[in-house]
Design a protein around this ligand. Structure first.
Ligand code: NDP
Length: 318
C-alpha cells in the first residue's frame, strides 16, 4: 500500500454501534473521531465493508450482517451483557482496559471501605436519631478486608487499601502476587479468602461461575456484622439473601453501585433499606477521551499489521 495510507483504510469504515441516548452516542462519536482523525467512524456506514466494530450496549443482533467484520472493541470494562447475545459473530472481542479506570475504581473502593471502617453509616443513623455517641476507635491495620477479583480493578484497589494500612486479602481464579496482600486461588481458596473478613469488596466479572457469589453462604463466612461493597455487577448479589442478612444483623451495611436492573425499580427494598447505600453505577466511570485513546491504539495497530488483536476468552466469559 501507499506510504501513509493504511491498508483498507479508505474502504473500511469503523462502525460505532450503541443503544445509548442520542446525546451519549454523539459524544462517543466525537471522542472516537478526535482520537482517530484518520479513520472514518460512522454509526451507519456501508455495512459490508466494516472490519472493526466499536460497541457500547449494542442492540441485540446488531452485529449481524457484517460479512467483513474482523474484531469488536467494547467501550465497557465488563462485557457480560455483550457476551449474552448469541448473535455476536465469532471474531475477537476486546473489552476496555483503561488504567485511568482502575485508578478511579481504587479511589471509590478506598472511599467506601474507609467510610465503613470509620462507621460513617453508623454515625449517619445516629444523626437521624439525634444521638451523639462515639464508637470505639480502630486502626485500619486491625480491619480485615477481602477483595474478590484481582484483575485490573481488583489489583489497583488492593494496592491502595494496603497503602492505607488495611489487612488485605484477595481472591481470584488463578491467584495473583500483590505486595503485602495475602491471595487465594480458585474454589478451594474461596473460604480462606472470605472467612472472618469484616469488609468484602466484589470486583469480579459476571460469569455463570460468579453469578450470585454474594449469597447467604458467603455472608455466613464473614465476621458477624461485616459489610459488603459490590462494584462488580448486580447479578453477583443474591438479593433476598442480602436483605435477610442485613435485617438479621448478620451484615451491618452494603454499598451497592451495580444492580440487576439499573436503576432498581421503584419500591425495590434496596431504595429504602437503612443498611444499604446506593450509588448510581459511578464506581469507575468510563472516560470517553481516555477510552477512545485506548481504542485508537488498537485500531492503529490493526491498520499497521492487518492482524486482529487478541480478544478475551469467550468460553471463560471475561
Ligand atoms: P479483569 O478481567 O481484569 O479481572 C477479573 C478478575 O476476576 C481476575 O482476577 C479473575 O481471575 C477473577 N475471576 C474471574 N472469574 C473468576 C472465578 N470464577 N473465580 C475466581 N476469580 C475469578 O476485570 P476488571 O478488573 O477490569 O473488571 C472486573 C469487573 O468489574 C468487570 O467485569 C465489571 O463487571 C466491573 N466493573 C465495574 C465498574 C463500575 O463502575 N461499577 C467499572 C469497571 C468494571 P484471574 O486473574 O485468575 O483471571
Amino acid at each position: 500500500p501507499d506510504a501513509g495510507l493504511a491498508p483498507g483504510m479508505a474502504s473500511s469504515p469503523v462502525l460505532l454501534l450503541t443503544s445509548l441516548s442520542a446525546d451519549d452516542e454523539a459524544a462517543w462519536l466525537h471522542a472516537l473521531r478526535s482520537a482517530m482523525p484518520d479513520e472514518v467512524v460512522e454509526t451507519d456506514p456501508d455495512r459490508p465493508a466494516v472490519e472493526i466494530a466499536i460497541v457500547a450496549n449494542p442492540p441485540p443482533g446488531g452485529l449481524r450482517g457484517l460479512p467483513a467484520l474482523k474484531w469488536v472493541h467494547s467501550l465497557w470494562a465488563g462485557v457480560d451483557g455483550l457476551l449474552k447475545d448469541p448473535t455476536v459473530p465469532d471474531v475477537p472481542v476486546l473489552r476496555l482496559v483503561d488504567p485511568t479506570m482502575a485508578q478511579a475504581m481504587a479511589e471509590t473502593v478506598a472511599a467506601a471501605v474507609l467510610g465503613l471502617h470509620r462507621e460513617f453509616d453508623v454515625y449517619g443513623a445516629q444523626q437521624r436519631a439525634g444521638l451523639w455517641s462515639a464508637r470505639p476507635f480502630r486502626f485500619a491495620r486491625d480491619r480485615a478486608v477481602t477483595i474478590l477479583g484481582l484483575g485490573e480493578m481488583g489489583r489497583a484497589s488492593a494496592a491502595l487499601l494496603k497503602a492505607v494500612g488495611f489487612d488485605v486479602r484477595g481472591w481470584s481464579r488463578s491467584g495473583a502476587t500483590i505486595e503485602g496482600v495475602r491471595t487465594f486461588a480458585g474454589a478451594d481458596g474461596f473460604l480462606q479468602a472470605v472467612r472472618g473478613a469484616e469488609i468484602l469488596v466484589n470486583l469480579l466479572p459476571l460469569t455463570p461461575e460468579t453469578e450470585g457469589v454474594l449469597c447467604a453462604k458467603t455472608f455466613e463466612a464473614l465476621a458477624g456484622g461485616a459489610c459488603v461493597v459490590n462494584f462488580g455487577r448486580g447479578g453477583h448479589v443474591a438479593e433476598s439473601d442480602l436483605v435477610d442478612a442485613l435485617n438479621s444483623g448478620r451484615l451491618r451495611h452494603a454499598v451497592l453501585d451495580v444492580f440487576r436492573t439499573e436503576p432498581p425499580p421503584a419500591g425495590h427494598p434496596f431504595w429504602s433499606h437503612p443498611g444499604v447505600t446506593i450509588l448510581p453505577h459511578v464506581a469507575a466511570p468510563t472516560d470517553m477521551s481516555s477510552a477512545s485513546a485506548v481504542v485508537a491504539v488498537a485500531v492503529a495497530t490493526y491498520r499497521m499489521t492487518g492482524v486482529a488483536p487478541e480478544g478475551l476468552d469467550r468460553r471463560r466469559g471475561y
